[in-house]
Design a protein around this ligand. Structure first.
Ligand code: UDP
Length: 452
């Protein structure tokens, strides 16, 4: 890896303004920096990363004029749509200034890499005659399914007659109910967004945070449909050094708690990511299910993630006494380190794509409790394609929770899932090494960018 030395190409990276989008883009930035590129991160004011955590990068703020009420609404579809309207002109100004600043042959801006949800970047790149590359932070199967079905569901009879548990033709094992309906808006609103995300316009290539063998058939179908070079270089978190937390403060005390646990593979780690919310009743059922399972657990409860509560004040009475030292609750954890810890043997996850890739790359089997967007597709792949997890589909109640935890952590079927997960981990490690698919694809991406 050439960290020092002359850097002739500068890349401007435009991350999506959410934790699950910032992570992969900053990881990509670190990887490309280590390959000799200079990196500028152009980010929104909303959910901005802290430059002092990334001394190798330059940072510029796109001064979007979004209304606070839109941003604080938590409605992701509204936020994405607002950012795309509001950021276009300021980004164009900002990029024009950067081009003036970096206009020598020694350090010209060679390309924009933008998160697909920041699609305003494509128009700006075109306007300024700069090449652009799309980063898709979801899995290939989820993107394929989304792009094929969401707009169709609105305008045609494509899905008519299917029951919610029926498999959508040509998308085995995905069912109608795995469609990425959003909790944040109607199918029409979702469809408008998907129409934007489907457009590849004049972009030169697409990067996926995935591994070729995990999603071979979906990647093949995407390649057939879109004819752009496609680089699958995941898991990005394994190529890049561990990130400091971007939007939340990590509580490292849970690492000491993990160290103190007696046996390997016994702790279930529970985290629903950076956006998912649950209600007080779900919190109580999760709590009693975990307590009754008798397994040790590390539970991330993000402040604000329980509706109508600040943090954990809604935990049921008697719960803390019942679990004693067997449970550890924190506001945010260093997830990659937690998943790599020998004591952790299972992950109860909402199945965001980053969490999925992180769990697969550490060989940790999962309890899937998807919530919205691409998470149902990921859960289906985890449970039915890679067979490294089980899905908790019923309404949350303590008996089902207890049963799911014991199935994963204690029963024979859980053992098989752990073995499958360990096999996948080894295969993923091979893909990252010289000659492996992600390693090769990353080299090709670097060559591709240098050819601009
Ligand atoms: N994460 C973390 N600590 C936590 C919970 C989550 O570092 O306590 C990170 C996790 O490692 C992942 C990201 O936050 O990289 C969440 O992204 P994901 O795509 O899984 O879900 P989202 O938050 O976008 O729903």
């Amino acid at each position: 890896m050439e960290k020092q030395g002359k850097r002739s190409n500068r890349l401007v990276l435009v991350p999506g303004s959410f934790q699950g989008h910032l992570n992969p883009m900053l990881q990509l930035g670190s990887i490309l920096y280590s390959r000799g590129f200079s990196i500028t991160i152009a980010h929104t004011k909303f959910n901005s990363p802290n430059p002092s955590n990334h001394p190798d990068f330059d940072f510029v703020t796109i001064s979007d004029a979004s209304y606070d009420s839109d941003l604080s609404s938590g409605n992701i579809l509204t936020i994405i749509s607002r950012l795309n309207v509001n950021c276009k002109a300021p980004f164009q100004e900002c990029l024009a200034r950067l081009m003036e600043k970096h206009n020598s042959v020694e350090e010209k801006i060679s390309c924009i890499i933008y998160d697909e949800i920041m699609y305003f970047s494509a128009a700006v790149a075109d306007q300024l005659k700069l090449p652009s590359i799309i980063l898709r932070t979801a899995g290939a199967a989820a993107v394929l399914f989304r792009d094929a079905t969401v707009p169709q569901a609105v305008v045609t009879n494509f899905l008519k007659g299917l029951g919610s548990n029926d498999i959508v033709p040509e998308f085995y094992p995905l069912r109608l109910k795995d469609l990425p309906f959003s909790k944040f808006g109607s199918l029409e609103t979702m469809s408008k967004l998907v129409n934007e995300l489907r457009k590849t316009g004049n972009s030169s290539a697409i990067i996926y945070n995935t591994v070729e063998f995990l999603e071979q058939s979906s990647l093949a179908r995407i390649r057939q449909q879109c004819h752009l070079p496609l680089f699958s270089i995941g898991p990005l978190n394994k190529f890049a050094p561990a990130l400091s937390s971007i939007l939340f403060h990590e509580d490292i005390s849970c690492m000491r708690w993990l160290d103190k646990q007696t046996n390997d593979n016994t702790v279930i780690y529970v985290s629903l990511g950076s956006i998912t919310q649950i209600d007080e009743n779900e919190l109580a059922e999760m709590a009693w299910g975990l307590a009754n399972s008798k397994q040790p657990f590390l539970w991330v409860i993000r402040p604000g993630s329980v509706r109508c509560s600040e943090w954990i004040e809604a935990l049921p009475e008697g719960f803390k006494g019942a679990i004693g030292e067997r449970g550890c609750i924190v506001k945010w954890a260093a997830q990659e380190k937690v998943l790599a810890h020998a004591k952790v043997g299972g992950f109860w996850s909402h199945c965001g794509w980053n969490s999925t890739m992180e769990s697969l790359s550490e060989g940790v089997p999962m309890i899937c409790r998807p919530n919205s967007g691409d998470q149902r597709v990921n859960a289906r792949y985890i449970s039915h394609v890679w067979k490294v997890g089980l899905e908790l589909e019923s309404e949350l109640n303590r008996r089902e929770v207890e049963r799911a935890v014991r199935r994963l952590m204690v029963d024979k079927e859980g053992l098989e899932m752990r073995q499958n997960a360990m096999e996948l981990k080894e295969k993923i490690q091979l893909c990252l090494k010289e000659g492996g698919s992600s390693y090769t694809s990353l080299n090709e991406l670097v060559k591709f960018i240098k050819s601009f």
